[in-house]
Design a protein around this ligand. Sequence first.
Ligand code: TMP
Length: 237
Amino acid sequence: MEKLELLYEGKAKKLYRTDNPDILWVEYLNQATALNGVKKDAIQGKGQLNNQITSRIFDELNKNNIPNHFQEILSETEQLIKKVDIIPLEVVVRNVAAGSFSKRLAIPEGTPLNFPILEFYFKEDALDDPMINDDHVLVLDIATQEEIDQIKTIAFAVNKALLNLFKNIGIQLIDFKIEVGRTEDGILLADEISPDTCRLWDIDSGEHLDKDIYRRDLGDLVPVYQEVLDRLEKISQ
Ligand code: TMP
């Protein structure tokens, strides 16, 4: 596979074209951002940690037959993915109250939810990614009802698989965000799943093993992400 020109540079990744029109080459960057890009820092080692963690998680989702874009890991910081047409939604699933849910509804962080809930956010930087409901998704022509149903099925299947995976390595999955894309073969799970996009709490100590370390200035993110990778590596050996 040949790496061709740069197609897109995001906050944490660069996407390149390849000689196969259906496949893109992703490079994970050593960059952390929060607050819609207002807080931004270069963090040595972050790119390779997220690339490796995401790859292991997608391997696990493949075992659970969840349709996704992941093809193969190429190097410490690079992977191949299927090209999809990204749907401009951030799909959040929550098992435990935290973050914006706790703030908006004044429910203390750590309060278990009676069942997993799903929220849609419209990916639009200029609007600060507002939360929207199914009717908004339809009326804004973001996705069809059939696609909404497929997206929800994928999101809850990811939740089930990840709850189990993380529990096996002593981690409680609080919440996470996924993105999805269209292909000729239907909706695929896309983007990354990493401590940047999940809230992960150590089951014994309750410590944050995720990007809240950076968002909330709680310390150095690299050893924490390394801990997540080490635990994932141990169970996949
Ligand atoms: P929130 O509590 O800030 O709404 O975040 C819910 C989950 O979604 C949390 O695991 C972090 C993740 N997330 C992202 O990955 N990207 C984002 O832009 C936002 C707002 C949240």
